[in-house]
Design a protein around this ligand. Sequence first.
Ligand code: Z15
Length: 830
Amino acid sequence: MDARYRTRDIERRSLDVDALKRSFLEWLVYSVGKDARAATRRDWFHTVALAVRDRVVDRWMDTTRTYYTHDVKRVYYLSLEFLIGRLLTNSLANLGIIDECRQALDRIGLSLDEVVDAEPDAALGNGGLGRLAACFLDSMASRNLPGYGYGIRYEFGLFEQRFEHGWQVEYPEQWLQFGNPWEFARPEVLYPVQFYGRVEEFRDSVGERAYRWVDSERVLAMAYDTPVVGFGGKTINTLRLWAARATRDFNFGHFNEGAYMKAVEQKILSENLSRVLYPNDATETGKELRFKQEYFFTSASLQDILRRYLQHHSDFDQLPNKAAIQLNDTHPAIGIAEMMRLLVDQHAVKWDKAWEITQGCFSYTNHTLLPEALEAWPVRLLERVLPRHMQIIYEINAKFLNRSSARAAHDNARLSHLSLIDERGDRRVRMGNLAFIGSHKVNGVSALHTELMKQTVFADFHAEFPDRIVNKTNGITPRRWLHQANRPLSDLITSRIGEGWIHDLSALDALKPKADDVVFREEFRRAKRKNKKRLAAYLARQTGVEINVDSLFDVQVKRIHEYKRQLMNILQTIALYNDMRDSPTVTWTPVTKIFAGKAAPAYHMAKLIIKLINDVGKVVNHDPSVHDNLKVVFLPNYNVTAAEIIMPAADLSEQISTAGMEASGTGNMKLALNGALTIGTLDGANVEIKDAVGDDNIFIFGLTAEEANSLRQGGAYNPRDVIGANPALKRALDMISTGVFSPDDPSRYHPILQSLIDGGDHFLVTADFEDYCTAHDDAVALYRDTEEWTRKAILNTTSMGWFSSDRTVGEYADEIWGVKPIIPDEGDHR
Ligand code: Z15
């Protein structure tokens, strides 16, 4: 670059730094209401966030105005979860002012890192599904796509996990306690949402049969908007979250004493709708409040979408060309019936026309095939809570079944599979089926998962509509998960190929040859070591366990679920512990097993597995005979913020779910991108990761989905025999069952042993154990060969370009949504 320009650039920056410093001091005094001497770290966080937000607002309005004036087709991503995490570093980095901000704070005598640490972690989600939604928001904005997120502004996000005597205990997480500087309340954007009541039939003005939903209870949905800053700061999209507000009825009327208290009670009850996120990941609890949450945010979002559309249009013919509505799982699937109700009952659109419009707008993403996660709401509940929707669902079902090929073939078995109503036992509405037939496209989240959708849960639908199911393999945003979370590696990459990779991750390809460059390998290792030191310090602070920075960091971080097989990991850990004790003269490679993840509060088996890991850790970590060659650490309260510290520091990534059960996984992508080698089954996106990084740079083991399926189907699988044939496994299980890790309560783990031995080992832990141990031994052996390990680690990072959520979102835009990028027109503020 020309030296003249560089000087000017530096001048502009120092101007920015001064301007930033001045705006910080102003915000502190005039908005936070403190002076610099009295300000706490939290005050400074609010100050900096408000000052940064200030720089976003003009461009936010430019973006919104551009979409409006060009009447562009928009994407509406409906999701019950947005697992966003912190926003300060993200906003600064995407605006490109992180260094300026650091310097401005320096001049005030503050460290940016400390200010960043004062931000609460916005955990409006449970796990993969919620984090995917957050990555998609980042990618839509960064690719200049007109995308909106719609969800719920939960007052309480995902619970805080603490350990008490090694057991998980849940505490409420109050992210809004001290206010949220990123959001804008929109008290004027308010929609009524109805519940209960009954349906009245009447004749409309031309004498046709019509329906009214009467005597219902009403709750208002109020909007809160959060700007979504795209990389480069050009496009600023909107995340609109709904909060429940009681209707004004509660403020009026002549109450006697009793009625007054009752009214206040009613107000609190109706505002409970947006109180708390349900803490289940991929399991359905079937609670009425949860169903009402789903309808609440879906109805408000659809009303908002129609209002926006009607600003430019007088009929609904163009709606599918102006609105793509993506259902993130079946949680908003009631939207299919709600759209029909809004069009037919409220806007007098004819049924067939309304159906065509609905199908044209909606598409549905399936995230799991696990039967316990497939939503099916009792007909009785729907009749009571949403009586008009139940009628509409019956109508959709009747018309659909009548036209199906199964009806023509008089194939009753197929008809009953296709039906929206599950007639077995108490009758239920299958939300997946509703989402499927109301959508023009349905997608799975990895190649394998999409294939299994076609073969299993949606086989009959696939036969009926062979072009409807498509694959969209998940991705992750490279901004948060590499550029922001891993500065050392990010800077190393940029030093060789420039900054282009940040918005085009496939640029990493060009770095592959560097795997053979000894200097690059040394620098890559130095970056990894920095990250490992940071994680070690964090773990010591959070858990008190001191770990060896040069040990192999073996990481399994994700929700605790039996199908994810944290149990298999801890069993292997016990076996390794035994090997080390048996052979004290062998030179062992030091290994640190790092676990993190929350269990659903009612998932007893998952909580017992957490306790087991903590119990094993207590024994192993204090046993001098293993000479610190093995440590087991369970980091409490895993969240996005913790993930940002863990991912960059991992050496080995545990992706060991029973094949066929993990729809995709996205932690697998974050870890590989940050240079961890994967040990994993051929499940979810692991299959595609293996293809990308190459067979030599990943440790694949275990049964395939097909093999797992036939093993279970065959009926000949006997875990008892498998255990009998594997002394290491038998010994580990015996130790657990005799209370080696739970001397205070030797029978504590009998439910776990029971599930493996008499329960049939549904997740095939014993079947895969031996193969897993061999793969793990291979990984540990390779780790001793520092240069070879680094070479493979580099090939992992540099092969992960395809797994950017920019790629994923681009595919959705082209093949499902039909939306195009548009660069916002600049207003006159610049
Ligand atoms: C969830 O986090 C996932 C699936 C679900 O059905 C629910 Cl309710 C929550 C996860 C999958 O388990 C995971 O494999 C996938 O990567 C993620 O969704 C995003 O698609």
